[in-house]
Design a protein around this ligand. Structure first.
Ligand SMILES: *[C@@H]1O[C@H](CO)[C@@H](O)[C@H](O)[C@H]1NC(C)=O
Ligand SMILES: [Cu+2]
Length: 386
């Protein structure tokens, strides 16, 4: 039993449950291709919302699924979810960058990712039959930080972006990616945890032979799980991430970093072809290199494909067609990275640091405050010096 940490912020944190502060996955990036997600705050109001890779939900308030609903269908892919109309392709072994529009710091908790194989197209899969297997998880990283330093804090520090690797050993095919954070700021009370599942349709190419066993989403968690009913405002907390164990071949987490956007991909619809209505089909380029380290927006293109068999090639070819623009932007981004690395030699407390912190990490290496500590080969962090 831990000692209750003195925190003047608890009251404020508990009150900070205004719906405006919550978020959703706004987009994903795969190999530089930007794919729009489902925006629950605007698409439900549109007569003809775009076909995207993210599942539709009815939670227009960016809300959550409560533990009392963990055995109901809402826990699968959020409230009243409906299959996404399209999917994105990703090679097994590659990483997907998942961006939330925002995330409140008070909503601390684990980051968890699952995949479920679809029997056929994920666009028409029966969500109640999806069996999810876990491919990454990050819970409580450091209990010495005030109220703990969690997977959700890593998300926030990485520009509200989470990088997840698709295991290289799973069989090629169609999968629903179930990306989730569970906010634990009120989880000390029964039914106080908040699950925010977000689903994306993927077509995994390459891969191995593994067909991991999965768990129905309605059986992933119970309201009494030690990782669900838990008071995080204690010291000495040993947090148990809920859900099944990671599958063989999955790493608990890969180096978190931003992914440079080089082009806009379009959700591929079953039978081949780019999603048409509502999607951006601008042929022009919008070059806006971000000032900060690793992200640069670049060319916009629309993948147009004709047959299912040539999907991969066609999509990739179309995506890389604005060669000049992409090249130009890459140069700009590289320059920006160099500048940033040169001028930011100091990371703030709890920020990511370290020379070897990750192959993709290009941020500050030293700490302005605290000491740079290695949590794992991929994540170094500035922690308070004892
Ligand atoms: C952070 O994310 C926003 C929204 O996705 C993006 O516009 C911005 O360029 C990103 N910043 C960095 C430093 O990656
Ligand atoms: Cu909240």
């Amino acid at each position: 039993m831990g000692i209750v940490r003195i925190s003047p912020f608890i009251a404020a944190l508990t009150a900070a449950t205004t719906v405006a502060a919550h978020g959703h996955v706004s987009h994903i990036v795969i190999d530089g291709l930007f794919y729009q997600g489902y925006d629950p705050t605007s698409f439900p109001y549109q007569a003809n919302p775009p076909t995207v890779v993210g599942w539709a939900t009815s939670q227009t308030d960016n809300g959550f699924v409560e533990p009392n609903s963990f055995a109901n269908a809402d826990i699968i892919c959020h409230k009243s979810s409906v299959n996404a109309g399209g999917h994105a392709q990703v090679a097994a072994g590659s990483s997907i960058s998942i961006s939330w529009d925002t995330w409140p710091e008070s909503h601390k908790g684990p980051m968890i990712d699952y995949l479920a194989a679809c029997d056929g197209d994920c666009e028409s899969a029966d969500k109640a039959a999806l069996a999810f297997f876990k491919i990454d998880e990050v819970g409580l990283i450091d209990d010495s930080a005030s109220n703990g330093f969690w997977g959700s804090d890593v998300l926030i520090q990485n520009n509200n972006t989470w990088l997840v690797q698709i295991p290289s050993n799973i069989k090629a095919g169609n999968y629903v990616l179930r990306h989730e954070t569970i906010a634990l700021h009120s989880a000390g009370s029964a039914n106080g945890a908040q699950a925010y599942p977000q689903c994306i349709n993927l077509e995994v190419t390459g891969g191995g032979a593994d067909v991991p066993a999965g768990t129905l989403a309605t059986e992933l968690y119970t309201p009494q799980d030690p990782g669900i009913l838990v008071n995080i405002y204690t010291t000495g907390l040993a947090y148990t991430i809920p859900g099944p164990a990671l599958i063989a071949g999955a790493s608990s987490s890969v180096a978190q970093s931003s992914s440079a956007i080089t082009a806009t991909g379009t959700a591929t619809v079953p039978g081949g072809g780019a999603a048409a209505p509502g999607t951006t089909t601008a042929a022009g380029t919008t070059t806006t290199a971000a000032a900060a380290t690793t992200t640069a927006a670049a060319a916009t293109s629309t993948a147009v494909v004709s047959t299912p068999t040539t999907l991969a090639t066609s999509t990739r070819a179309a995506a890389t067609s604005p060669t000049t623009a992409a090249t130009t932007t890459t140069t700009t981004a590289a320059a920006a990275t160099t500048t940033a690395a040169a001028e930011v030699g100091a990371q703030s407390l709890y920020g990511q640091c370290g020379m070897d912190a990750g192959k993709n990490y290009a941020g500050p290496t030293a700490c302005a405050e605290g000491t740079c500590k290695s949590w794992n080969p991929y994540y170094y962090q500035c922690v308070a010096t004892a």
